[in-house]
Ligand binder design. Structure first.
Ligand code: FMN
Length: 166
Protein backbone atom coordinates (compact mmCIF):
# COMPACT_ATOMS: atom_id res chain seq x y z
CA UNK A 1 0.00 0.00 0.00
CA UNK A 2 2.92 2.41 0.57
CA UNK A 3 3.34 3.06 -3.13
CA UNK A 4 -0.02 4.85 -3.08
CA UNK A 5 1.39 7.41 -0.66
CA UNK A 6 4.89 7.48 -2.16
CA UNK A 7 3.77 8.30 -5.71
CA UNK A 8 4.52 11.83 -6.82
CA UNK A 9 4.93 13.60 -10.15
CA UNK A 10 8.59 13.35 -11.18
CA UNK A 11 9.90 15.74 -13.83
CA UNK A 12 13.67 15.18 -13.50
CA UNK A 13 15.32 11.92 -14.50
CA UNK A 14 18.70 10.22 -14.54
CA UNK A 15 20.11 8.84 -17.80
CA UNK A 16 19.06 5.28 -16.88
CA UNK A 17 16.80 3.41 -19.27
CA UNK A 18 13.47 1.89 -18.34
CA UNK A 19 14.07 -1.87 -18.43
CA UNK A 20 11.95 -3.77 -20.96
CA UNK A 21 10.52 -6.09 -18.28
CA UNK A 22 9.62 -3.12 -16.06
CA UNK A 23 7.95 -1.29 -18.95
CA UNK A 24 5.94 -4.41 -19.70
CA UNK A 25 4.89 -4.64 -16.05
CA UNK A 26 3.78 -0.98 -16.16
CA UNK A 27 1.80 -1.62 -19.37
CA UNK A 28 0.27 -4.77 -17.90
CA UNK A 29 -0.82 -2.77 -14.85
CA UNK A 30 -2.38 -0.19 -17.18
CA UNK A 31 -4.29 -2.89 -19.03
CA UNK A 32 -5.50 -4.32 -15.72
CA UNK A 33 -7.48 -1.16 -14.97
CA UNK A 34 -11.26 -1.37 -14.82
CA UNK A 35 -13.20 -0.18 -17.88
CA UNK A 36 -16.91 0.48 -18.24
CA UNK A 37 -18.61 -2.66 -19.64
CA UNK A 38 -15.10 -4.12 -19.95
CA UNK A 39 -14.64 -2.56 -23.40
CA UNK A 40 -10.88 -2.17 -22.78
CA UNK A 41 -10.95 0.79 -25.16
CA UNK A 42 -7.36 1.85 -24.38
CA UNK A 43 -4.15 1.27 -26.32
CA UNK A 44 -0.61 2.41 -25.61
CA UNK A 45 2.12 3.86 -27.83
CA UNK A 46 5.60 3.50 -26.32
CA UNK A 47 7.80 6.42 -27.38
CA UNK A 48 11.56 6.26 -26.85
CA UNK A 49 12.69 8.08 -29.98
CA UNK A 50 14.35 11.37 -28.99
CA UNK A 51 13.25 13.11 -32.19
CA UNK A 52 9.63 12.35 -31.30
CA UNK A 53 10.27 13.56 -27.74
CA UNK A 54 11.44 16.87 -29.21
CA UNK A 55 8.28 17.14 -31.29
CA UNK A 56 6.16 16.39 -28.21
CA UNK A 57 7.92 19.17 -26.29
CA UNK A 58 7.04 21.56 -29.14
CA UNK A 59 3.33 20.80 -29.00
CA UNK A 60 2.90 20.40 -25.21
CA UNK A 61 4.47 23.18 -23.18
CA UNK A 62 3.87 21.35 -19.87
CA UNK A 63 5.66 18.21 -21.10
CA UNK A 64 9.20 19.59 -21.39
CA UNK A 65 10.47 16.90 -19.00
CA UNK A 66 10.12 14.39 -21.87
CA UNK A 67 13.31 15.85 -23.35
CA UNK A 68 15.33 14.30 -20.50
CA UNK A 69 13.29 11.13 -20.07
CA UNK A 70 14.17 7.72 -21.49
CA UNK A 71 10.57 6.75 -22.21
CA UNK A 72 7.04 8.00 -22.51
CA UNK A 73 3.76 6.23 -23.18
CA UNK A 74 0.88 7.82 -25.06
CA UNK A 75 -2.43 6.46 -23.79
CA UNK A 76 -5.15 6.52 -26.41
CA UNK A 77 -8.80 5.47 -26.33
CA UNK A 78 -10.97 4.01 -29.09
CA UNK A 79 -14.14 6.10 -29.41
CA UNK A 80 -15.73 3.41 -31.60
CA UNK A 81 -15.69 0.71 -28.94
CA UNK A 82 -15.97 2.64 -25.67
CA UNK A 83 -19.18 2.30 -23.65
CA UNK A 84 -21.16 5.58 -23.62
CA UNK A 85 -18.91 8.56 -22.71
CA UNK A 86 -16.54 6.66 -20.46
CA UNK A 87 -13.37 7.06 -22.54
CA UNK A 88 -11.68 9.52 -20.15
CA UNK A 89 -12.59 7.46 -17.09
CA UNK A 90 -11.30 4.22 -18.67
CA UNK A 91 -8.06 5.82 -19.86
CA UNK A 92 -7.67 7.73 -16.58
CA UNK A 93 -7.82 4.51 -14.57
CA UNK A 94 -5.14 3.05 -16.87
CA UNK A 95 -3.00 6.17 -16.43
CA UNK A 96 -3.19 6.02 -12.64
CA UNK A 97 -2.30 2.31 -12.68
CA UNK A 98 0.75 3.18 -14.79
CA UNK A 99 1.94 5.80 -12.31
CA UNK A 100 1.53 3.39 -9.40
CA UNK A 101 3.21 0.51 -11.24
CA UNK A 102 6.11 2.80 -12.16
CA UNK A 103 6.45 3.79 -8.49
CA UNK A 104 6.36 0.12 -7.45
CA UNK A 105 9.19 -0.66 -9.88
CA UNK A 106 11.34 2.23 -8.62
CA UNK A 107 10.66 4.76 -11.41
CA UNK A 108 9.46 8.31 -11.37
CA UNK A 109 6.64 9.31 -13.68
CA UNK A 110 4.29 12.13 -14.52
CA UNK A 111 0.89 12.34 -16.20
CA UNK A 112 0.79 14.99 -18.94
CA UNK A 113 -2.77 15.86 -19.85
CA UNK A 114 -4.02 15.88 -23.43
CA UNK A 115 -7.70 14.86 -23.45
CA UNK A 116 -10.07 17.80 -23.07
CA UNK A 117 -7.70 20.25 -24.75
CA UNK A 118 -8.89 20.30 -28.38
CA UNK A 119 -5.74 21.91 -29.78
CA UNK A 120 -3.44 19.47 -28.02
CA UNK A 121 -5.57 16.50 -29.04
CA UNK A 122 -5.37 17.57 -32.65
CA UNK A 123 -1.57 18.06 -32.52
CA UNK A 124 -1.02 14.64 -30.92
CA UNK A 125 -3.37 12.98 -33.41
CA UNK A 126 -1.31 14.45 -36.24
CA UNK A 127 2.07 13.58 -34.72
CA UNK A 128 1.12 9.96 -34.03
CA UNK A 129 -1.01 9.55 -37.18
CA UNK A 130 -4.04 8.47 -35.17
CA UNK A 131 -7.20 7.54 -37.07
CA UNK A 132 -10.32 9.60 -36.31
CA UNK A 133 -11.74 7.15 -33.73
CA UNK A 134 -8.50 6.89 -31.71
CA UNK A 135 -8.36 9.75 -29.19
CA UNK A 136 -5.11 10.82 -27.51
CA UNK A 137 -5.72 10.83 -23.75
CA UNK A 138 -2.48 11.45 -21.84
CA UNK A 139 1.26 11.08 -22.07
CA UNK A 140 2.90 9.29 -19.13
CA UNK A 141 6.60 10.15 -18.93
CA UNK A 142 8.77 7.58 -17.13
CA UNK A 143 12.39 7.41 -15.95
CA UNK A 144 14.58 6.88 -12.91
CA UNK A 145 13.91 9.81 -10.62
CA UNK A 146 16.48 12.56 -10.05
CA UNK A 147 14.04 14.41 -7.79
CA UNK A 148 14.55 14.08 -4.03
CA UNK A 149 11.50 16.07 -2.98
CA UNK A 150 9.08 14.15 -0.79
CA UNK A 151 5.60 13.37 -2.10
CA UNK A 152 2.92 15.91 -1.26
CA UNK A 153 0.79 15.17 1.77
CA UNK A 154 -2.62 14.49 0.27
CA UNK A 155 -4.46 13.97 3.57
CA UNK A 156 -7.16 16.65 3.96
CA UNK A 157 -9.77 15.45 6.44
CA UNK A 158 -11.95 18.48 5.65
CA UNK A 159 -12.58 16.90 2.22
CA UNK A 160 -14.54 14.14 3.90
CA UNK A 161 -18.24 14.52 4.59
CA UNK A 162 -20.55 11.92 6.04
CA UNK A 163 -23.96 10.97 4.75
CA UNK A 164 -24.78 14.40 3.18
CA UNK A 165 -22.96 17.54 1.98
CA UNK A 166 -24.23 19.87 4.72
C1 FMN B 1 -5.37 15.26 -15.80
C2 FMN B 1 -3.96 15.62 -15.38
C3 FMN B 1 -3.17 16.37 -16.21
C4 FMN B 1 -1.86 16.70 -15.86
N1 FMN B 1 -1.07 17.35 -16.75
C5 FMN B 1 0.21 17.63 -16.41
C6 FMN B 1 1.08 18.21 -17.38
O1 FMN B 1 0.70 18.46 -18.51
N2 FMN B 1 2.37 18.46 -17.00
C7 FMN B 1 2.83 18.17 -15.76
O2 FMN B 1 4.00 18.44 -15.49
N3 FMN B 1 2.02 17.59 -14.81
C8 FMN B 1 0.73 17.32 -15.12
N4 FMN B 1 -0.08 16.67 -14.22
C9 FMN B 1 0.44 16.34 -12.89
C10 FMN B 1 -0.10 17.29 -11.81
O3 FMN B 1 0.48 18.56 -11.97
C11 FMN B 1 0.24 16.70 -10.43
O4 FMN B 1 -0.38 15.44 -10.28
C12 FMN B 1 -0.23 17.60 -9.28
O5 FMN B 1 0.49 18.81 -9.29
C13 FMN B 1 -0.05 16.93 -7.91
O6 FMN B 1 1.30 16.58 -7.71
P1 FMN B 1 1.73 15.08 -7.43
O7 FMN B 1 1.37 14.26 -8.64
O8 FMN B 1 3.22 15.13 -7.20
O9 FMN B 1 0.98 14.61 -6.23
C14 FMN B 1 -1.37 16.31 -14.57
C15 FMN B 1 -2.18 15.56 -13.74
C16 FMN B 1 -3.46 15.19 -14.13
C17 FMN B 1 -4.29 14.31 -13.22
Amino acid sequence: MDILLERKSVRKYTKDEVKEEDLNYILKAAMSAPTARNTRCFSFIVVKDKETHKKIAQIHRAAQMVLEAPAAVLIVGDADIVFENYLPQDCGAAAQNMLLAATAKGYGSVWCGIYGNEGRMSEFSKLFELPENIKPFALVVIGKSADNNPPKNGWQPEKIKYEKWG
